[in-house]
Design a protein around this ligand. Structure first.
Ligand code: SAH
Length: 243
């Protein structure tokens, strides 16, 4: 481990996980620019994403699924720290291939599905299967619910890191949860700018969800029209990573 890596990771995670967290950081920095995996270009920036990912650790259960994993946040740090079986759903093939490489290099029990969540969420081997689902910086909260809840077993929980949440998005999230047979069951504020939303699946996801590829993000359940009327949709639709 180089000094810069060791310094950046000094207070992050359990000591026994740091060699593998450092190996992940090195892979991400080496390949990140080329594959457009992350904007982070320095160990400290990657370390901040790792720390952010690990805020979800106490809320996830085995097995879990991560949607839109990109360069591996939050799934890879969570897989390392929990030892749980994790399935990563990532639509972009080159990112999915990078994630497979990471899993081999770190010897993690990870399955990578190179598919959109709208398609993967209809596969019988993936639907209604997981105890937890995560998704970070993928879409607005109502859209993310439509992409994650189909994967959960009844009583499973979506554990969603979010940035600031306007009133319209919070209301739409609670309403969208009900439409999807779930319930917004908790909101944990980490600091003014970061929170974790917990959404519990109460029963089977209605068979019409998820809708066709691209529709959950383009026309988020209970969100677009109401929010547009009030003029309070953030321009990036809430995609912004919470850092
Ligand atoms: N979760 C990572 C990456 C965020 S960028 C992080 O926090 O750093 C969003 C990622 O989600 C991209 O890699 C994109 O390819 C993927 N993505 C977006 N919509 C998706 C969908 N419907 N199904 C699967 N992956 C999706």
């Amino acid at each position: 481990m180089t000094n810069a890596l060791a310094d950046a990771l000094r207070d992050i995670g359990r000591p026994q996980d740091r060699p593998r967290l450092a190996a992940f950081t090195a892979l991400l920095l080496e390949r990140g620019a080329q594959l457009n995996l992350t904007a982070a270009r320095h160990p400290a920036a990657v370390a901040a994403h790792i720390a952010d990912s690990l805020t979800l650790l106490r809320h996830i259960r085995d097995p879990f699924v991560d949607i839109g994993s990109g360069g591996g946040f939050p799934a890879i740090p969570l897989a390392l720290a929990s030892g749980y079986r994790v399935t990563l759903v990532e639509a972009t093939l080159k990112k999915a291939q990078f994630l497979r490489e990471v899993a081999v290099a770190l010897d993690l029990p990870v399955t990578v599905i190179a598919e959109r969540a709208e398609i993967a969420g209809r596969r019988p081997d993936l639907r209604d299967r997981f105890a937890s689902a995560t998704a970070r910086a993928v879409a607005s909260a109502p859209a993310v619910l439509e992409l994650t809840l189909p994967f959960l077993a009844p009583n499973g929980m979506a554990v969603l890191p979010r940035g600031e949440l306007g009133d319209a998005e919070r209301r739409a999230t609670a309403d969208a949860a009900l439409v999807l047979n779930g319930e917004l069951s908790g909101e944990i504020e980490l600091d003014g700018r970061r929170r974790i939303l917990l959404v519990t699946k109460r029963g089977p996801t209605p068979s019409r969800f998820p809708r066709r590829a691209g529709v959950p993000e383009k026309r988020p359940l209970c969100f677009a029209s109401a929010a547009a009327r009030r003029g309070d949709v953030k321009r990036d639709g809430g995609r912004t990573a919470p850092l």
